[in-house]
Design a protein around this ligand. Structure first.
Ligand code: THU
Length: 131
């Protein structure tokens, strides 16, 4: 898997961020198990609670196109620190995570660290918990 490529695509997607309220631009790029690539950015709203994170933009694009298994997701922002998915996005990534998914958390320059699903969301709530 080409992690550098996914981070680069996330950085490109960050350019489309619509973040006039927070000023915090985020970009994401996912690779699905069928080899497809989907990007996303955060899309904010004057009704703040309606904001959509970059990760979920990319995931909803993939699922709505028929790809439901994520092999890898890269996330970046304009921060000097690595950008980690928020809690809601961790839950949504978990819903569509393929086996051994890689979560690639990048800083603004494209330096990154790679995590597994269990690293960022241990004891996730899943469909099995509803049986
Ligand atoms: N944001 C993301 O896009 N992804 C995250 O995982 C963290 C937060 C966005 C939401 C909002 O537009 C801005 O960053 C500030 O929270």
């Amino acid at each position: 898997m080409d992690y550098d490529f996914l981070v680069k695509k996330a950085m490109e997607a960050r350019e489309n961020a619509y973040a006039p309220y927070s000023g915090f631009r985020v970009g994401a790029c996912i690779q699905t198990s069928d080899g497809r690539i989907y990007t996303g950015c955060n899309v904010e709203n004057s009704s703040f609670g309606a904001a959509i994170c970059a990760e979920r933009t990319a995931i909803v694009k993939a699922v709505s196109e028929g790809s439901t298994k994520i092999s890898a997701i890269a996330i970046t922002s304009d921060s000097d620190r690595l950008t980690y998915p928020c809690g809601i996005c961790r839950q949504v990534i978990s819903e569509f995570a393929g086996d051994d998914i890689k979560i690639i958390c990048s800083d603004k320059k494209g330096q990154y660290k790679i995590y597994g699903m269990n690293d960022i969301l241990p004891h996730a709530f899943t469909r099995e918990d509803m049986e």
